[in-house]
Every structure is written in structure tokens, then in C-alpha cells.
Design a protein around this ligand. Sequence first.
Ligand code: FMN
Length: 158
Amino acid sequence: MKKTLCLYYTRTNTTRMAAELLAQHLGADLAEYTDGKDRSGIGGYLVSCIDSLKKTFPQVYIKGTHFPFEYERVIVCMPVWAEGPAVVGKAILEKYRDELPEDVCFVVTHMAGTDYKKKINGLDAYLKAPHTAHLSLRTKNNPKLKYEVRCFAEQIGK
Ligand SMILES: Cc1cc2nc3c(=O)[nH]c(=O)nc-3n(C[C@H](O)[C@H](O)[C@H](O)COP(=O)(O)O)c2cc1C
């Protein structure tokens, strides 16, 4: 079994739910990362849109005591903001670039039915080696959400 860490950022708990489910299937550890910014409500939504347009990344950190360098595989989960992976997600990749293992996977959640494969591939710019697998997960009106997470867990294996 691969020692795996599921890392997630969430604003409204959807990505948290997907990451928790995935971690359960894989028997992985779970940790939240954040920029510590209150992004709740419509004000938080608008600030997040504006932050998505900025060229600089926010300061981010991992809550708790799990850190990427302790793992053989890290699955980084993040929502889509403004048609691409959230800036908080990019920031955590940039911060831990040298501490991530070779085996990095992504779970990217979004409301639209779009497959964000191309944008997810763009995250490789923040890694030492290309990511090994990803899930572009539609979260709104998706009755197959839990099934898709389980299939992804089976695809990447324990
Ligand atoms: C600022 C902002 C921009 C968003 N832009 C998109 C988008 O372009 N496409 C999309 O499908 N969903 C978009 N969403 C929706 C989120 O990606 C989706 O609801 C996600 O699952 C939320 O995850 P969370 O609850 O963990 O924060 C956006 C959400 C926010 C807050």
C-alpha cells in the first residue's frame, strides 16, 4: 500500500467532501491547506475572482501535522475558480514543489460539466515531474459524484 496524503483546499466544503471520500477509499491521510483568508459569502466569492486574476499567489500553509515529504504519493485537491484551478491550489504546489514526491495526483472540483483536463495539465508547471493521474469532478447536479470518486480511487489503487 502506498503511503498517501490527500491535501485539500475548500471554500464551501465540496472539495473537502470529495477529498474525505477519496482518503477513505485509499486509506490515506487527510490534511487541509489554506491561505487563511475568509472567503465566505458573496464578498468572498468576488475576492476569490479578483485573486484569480492576480499574478502573485497568496501565502498558504497546511493545517495540522501531515507534510508532503513524509509520503510516497500526494493527491492535491482544489476547486476551479474563474475557469482554472484555484490560485490557492497553485500556491500550495509552488510552496511545496521540492517536498512533493514523484507521484502527485490532482482532484479538481467544479460546477460546470466541462472537463478541465487541459487546465489540470497546466498544473504540471508547478511540479518536478508530470502528475500521474487526475479527476476533473463535476460537483453540481452530479448523481454519480461518489461513484466517480470511487472509480478514481480504484484507478490509482491503494
Ligand atoms: C471564485 C469562484 C469562481 C468559480 N469559477 C468556476 C468556474 O469557472 N467553473 C466552474 O465550473 N465552477 C466554478 N466555481 C465553482 C466551484 O469550482 C465549485 O463549486 C467547487 O466544487 C467548490 O468547491 P469548494 O466547496 O470546496 O470550495 C467557482 C467558485 C468560486 C468561489
